[in-house]
Design a binder for this molecule. Structure first.
Ligand SMILES: Cc1cc2nc3c(=O)[nH]c(=O)nc-3n(C[C@H](O)[C@H](O)[C@H](O)COP(=O)(O)O)c2cc1C
Length: 483
């Protein structure tokens, strides 16, 4: 697969909706309300990965054209198609794609334009009404309505001018009031503190409803200082068209569905949350968080709000972030000098962070332990990880049956399990400890055939490649599709 020679993708969410419907990857649901029914259906949709995206229409109490789409990226096929890759791209090929993207780090600077569908409806002052959008309460226990889940939050470094965007949750409280929750140490948190330390309000723009591949960049760890729109341009293979917000000057995608800009003033806080989170718990609770003072509000005619809902994993972002994370861990292992890596998988049930499997072609004694310990601590793998498993290259790291088989038959717990304490975690992890609930412990399981027993290791019970080919060629037409 040529990583960067792909089908051209669009920047427009509506082109994506049409493409997904044509591919049988989208269903429409009419008449679900925003209070609980949209969220209730999304919760059901997310229970099985590979299910289609859901477009909600005719939302009671809102103009007919106002829509919500969710379950964006719960299938490998949909992620591949969105990135311009063939629909039958395998899990590990998708991981390879992200590995190459992280390694090559292609960039295309954004292009400023003075028109765009986003500008179809522009509101200022008392005409701003965020409540005109049918923002759902995603889970019954949520403390409010979250417009920002499948979103971009854009900020600028006051010193260097660097533009960053990240996906941080945004709650809508009133016509002109929203709030934001950014975890400590994330780029948005660092930038906001820079303004506040200088005694200035922090300019901010929130965008909801862009092509999912543009959103994908918001949820992955693009390095500090790297322009996120240029990174997105590199991913899409084209310059992102942006307009500049009239109040903050921040760039906003010209084809976005919904956006607003404004300021976060120092110590201007509002009670935020709880939101059911990606670990599957309401572990973060309710807290005072930064309030956004909204100054400009835009939306297209018949706007479409995108939701990427956290919950018990797997959920909307676990597949894409898992494949992106696995690609980044693979790249970082190679950069750390670990040879022979043949695959990495970040299991979806671990929320794309908590479970990592690395497959290697063993080359020397201690190789498997080295790979496991580095995977558990390299930048892309370290945050909120709990389990790392290292397997041989005959095991597909994305096939959990095979991974469990390898743990059960190739590891000896007394020698092959390392427990690491005091590692990097988050208050959203219910098992985190320490004064601020941000440490955890984790285990690294070496499930590779022991290096010094490789020579006399028993043969495995399976078809030889020759017999596999013979029976497939001869009987393939009689066997069910997919065998
Ligand atoms: C759907 C979704 C929701 C997220 N919500 C939050 C959030 O509320 N707060 C947060 O700090 N990170 C959140 N993240 C993770 C960040 O987007 C991610 O760590 C990203 O790399 C942050 O951007 P940055 O590296 O520029 O700080 C979320 C990610 C996704 C995909």
């Amino acid at each position: 697969m040529d990583t960067f020679n792909r089908m051209e993708t669009s920047q427009d969410l509506r082109a994506w909706l049409r493409q997904m419907e044509d591919e049988g990857e989208l269903v429409r649901v009419k008449g679900a309300d925003r209070e609980s029914e949209i969220g209730g259906i999304v919760d059901i949709a997310m229970r099985g990965m590979g299910r289609p995206a859901v477009l909600f229409e005719d939302i009671p109490g809102y103009p007919k054209g106002h829509r919500v789409v969710s379950n964006l990226f719960t299938s490998v096929r949909r992620i591949a198609l969105s990135l311009g890759l063939p629909g039958d791209t395998s899990e590990v090929d998708l991981v390879r794609f992200w590995r190459d993207y992280m390694k090559e780090a292609p960039t295309i600077p954004p292009k400023e334009v003075n028109h765009g569908a986003l500008l179809e409806n522009t509101f200022k002052g008392d005409d701003i009404n965020l409540l005109s959008i049918p923002t759902p309460r995603w889970h019954e226990g949520d403390g409010g309505y979250y417009m920002g889940t499948g979103c971009l939050v854009i900020m600028q470094d006051p010193d260097s001018g660097w533009i960053n965007y990240g996906c941080y949750r945004v709650q809508v409280h009133d016509r002109k009031v929203a709030s934001i929750m950014i975890s400590k140490g994330k780029h948005g948190d660092i930038l906001m503190r820079k303004y506040h330390d200088k005694g200035k309000p922090c300019p901010i723009a929130v965008v909801v409803g862009v092509h999912p591949s543009l959103w994908a960049v918001a949820g992955i760890e693009i390095p500090y200082g790297k322009d996120e729109f240029s990174a997105a341009g590199g991913l899409l293979g084209q310059a992102i068209r942006i307009i500049k917000g009239p109040v903050t000057g921040l760039p906003v995608p010209a084809e976005a569905e919904i956006a607003f800009e404004g300021y976060v003033h120092k110590d201007d806080l509002i009670m935020e949350g709880p939101l059911g989170e990606w670990t599957g718990y309401y572990a973060g609770g309710q807290e005072m968080r930064p309030r956004i003072d909204v100054q400009t509000f835009w939306h297209r005619n018949d706007p479409v709000l995108t939701g990427a809902i956290p919950g018990i994993p797997p959920n909307d972002d676990t597949f894409y972030r898992g494949t992106a994370r696995a690609g980044a861990v693979w790249q970082e292992l190679e950069a750390a000098g670990v040879p022979g890596v043949t695959g990495v998988w970040s299991h979806e049930a671990g929320g794309s962070r908590m479970w990592l499997t690395v497959s290697i072609k063993q080359m020397y004694g201690g190789h498997s332990k080295q790979a496991g310990l580095i995977a558990s601590q390299c930048h892309a793998g370290a945050y909120a990880n709990r389990v790392v498993v290292v397997v041989d290259d005959d095991i597909d790291p994305a096939n959990m049956d095979k991974v469990v088989w390898a743990i059960c038959t190739r590891s000896d717990p007394k020698d092959d399990v390392e427990i690491l304490k005091g590692c990097w975690s988050t208050h959203l992890d219910p098992m985190a400890y320490g004064a601020h609930h941000n440490f955890n412990s984790r285990m690294v399981i070496d499930a590779c055939i022991p290096w010094d027993r490789k020579k006399d290791w028993p043969a495995t019970v399976e078809n030889s490649p020759e017999l596999e080919k013979v029976v497939r060629d001869k009987f393939g037409a009689q066997l069910p599709k997919g065998w």
